[in-house]
Write a protein that binds this ligand. Structure first.
Ligand code: ATP
Ligand code: MG
Length: 386
């Protein structure tokens, strides 16, 4: 909004006061022009790192981008980059960026500098690269960025740019998976993800992703790629893994470098989806073991891959979960120490087993969650086992 923009202009004015140059560039200017929310500001400058450190107290170097410094200023994040290697001034820097739509710059007086006719492409919704063959071989990740902008901005890729994307697509093999992944995460979050995924799969880009997936264009209709009913990003990522690897997805999704916690959940979702191709037999035990959130996520992904819609099944999961007598083992009125006190002859390695038995009996409502009943149940169980 206007307020953020004023702070950003102040930021480059402040740098200019010491005789240096600075411009706002990239995604922030593009999004401002499109009236889309801006989350961080890219700045180019002729200042050196030590110049910046003299001007600002909090300068961070991110691990993934070595030549960028992050500065926090009046609550906003600024990614400050020196002019790209060969470029000594703005016009050169702007030509080295990925697409015309990202080439707008704003100077300290607030004037927009548009050397590559970016505004026209923004008005027409066009993703265009100048000298595309060169641009994409320099950094093949730009191919994935083009697809990401199809989804995020709802733009179309200009013909010669798209042609170059196709010619250079095998270069994607050389791009570290985490860079590709970051673009796919943004792609999946975008409104037109189904258009972008359709292009990606129809034209065989996944051939150059980890595990070299061969996709046959025959089984792909645009509708297949619509993930609008999926809510969280891990649901969308699970669906994406399914598109890539089908039943084997749970083995292969480790090739991607999502946070461990997410990977675990995604694997659990994918495991259930391949184990129960028709429908997942949710009952008290399965819902208890899975937990409400993950069960709902799993069911939504499953419905997506079956192409069905059933809010009833989702509501069923929630209501079963709600009425479970306990939500976790911690709520059981018996723990390992209690068991040892009651049955001093019990072997340590049996404790886990008995707690499991109690847990299941309580969830299935065979016994109430009360200490006396739990103890009696184990006592009888042990007699029977003799
Ligand atoms: P958003 O921040 O909304 O995801 P963005 O366009 O700002 O999108 P960033 O990855 O933050 O994307 O990059 C900032 C700017 O740096 C881009 O607008 C672009 O001008 C330039 N840029 C980023 N990656 C590349 C690249 N691989 N090749 C060329 N220029 C790039
Ligand atoms: Mg950005």
């Amino acid at each position: 909004d206007q307020e953020q923009w004023h702070i950003a202009l102040d930021f480059i004015r402040y740098i200019s006061e010491s005789g240096l140059e600075a411009y706002i560039v990239g995604g922030a200017v593009r999004d401002y022009y499109l009236h889309r929310p801006v989350h961080d500001f890219d700045i180019v400058t002729n200042a050196s790192r030590s110049d910046i450190e003299k001007l600002f107290t909090h300068v961070i170097t991110p691990t993934h981008r070595f030549n960028t410094w992050i500065v926090r200023w009046y609550g906003l994040l600024f990614e400050v980059t020196p002019y790209r290697s060969k470029a000594k001034w703005l016009e050169e820097d702007v030509k080295l960026r990925d697409f015309t739509i990202n080439s707008l710059a704003v100077d300290k007086t607030g004037v927009m500098i548009d050397t590559l006719n970016a505004k026209e492409d923004l008005d027409n919704g066009i993703i265009r690269t100048i000298h595309p063959d060169k641009r994409f071989s320099e950094d093949p990740l730009r191919i994935m960025r083009a697809l990401r902008f199809v989804s995020q901005l709802e733009f179309k890729i200009e013909y010669t740019t798209w042609h170059a994307c196709l010619c250079q697509q095998s270069q994607l093999e050389t791009v570290p998976v985490e860079r590709i992944q970051a673009e796919i995460v943004k792609l999946l979050a975008g409104n037109k993800h189904s258009d972008a995924l359709y292009l990606m799969f129809f034209y065989g880009f996944p051939t150059y992703f980890p595990e070299r997936i061969q996709v046959s264009p025959k089984d792909s209709s645009k509708k297949r790629y619509n993930m609008n009913r999926l809510q969280q990003s891990i649901e969308k990522w699970s669906a994406f893994m399914w598109l890539l690897y089908k039943e084997d997805a749970k083995f292969y999704c480790k090739q991607w470098l999502l946070p461990k916690r997410d990977t675990k959940k995604i694997q659990s979702i994918l495991k259930r989806c391949s184990r129960y191709p028709e429908s997942i037999p949710w009952d008290e035990t399965l819902i208890y073991e899975t937990g409400e959130m993950l069960a709902l996520q799993t069911e939504r992904v499953h419905q997506w891959l079956k192409g069905t819609k059933s809010n009833k099944r989702l509501q069923y999961i929630s209501s079963v979960y709600y009425s479970l007598p306990i939500k976790s083992r911690k709520e059981l009125f018996m723990n390992g120490r209690d068991l040892l006190e009651l049955f001093p002859d019990i072997k340590k390695e049996e404790i886990g087993h008995y707690l499991n038995v109690l847990e299941l009996a309580v969830i299935r409502r065979n016994i109430p969650n009360k200490k006396a009943e739990l103890a009696a149940y184990i006592k009888e169980k042990r007699l029977n086992e003799r």
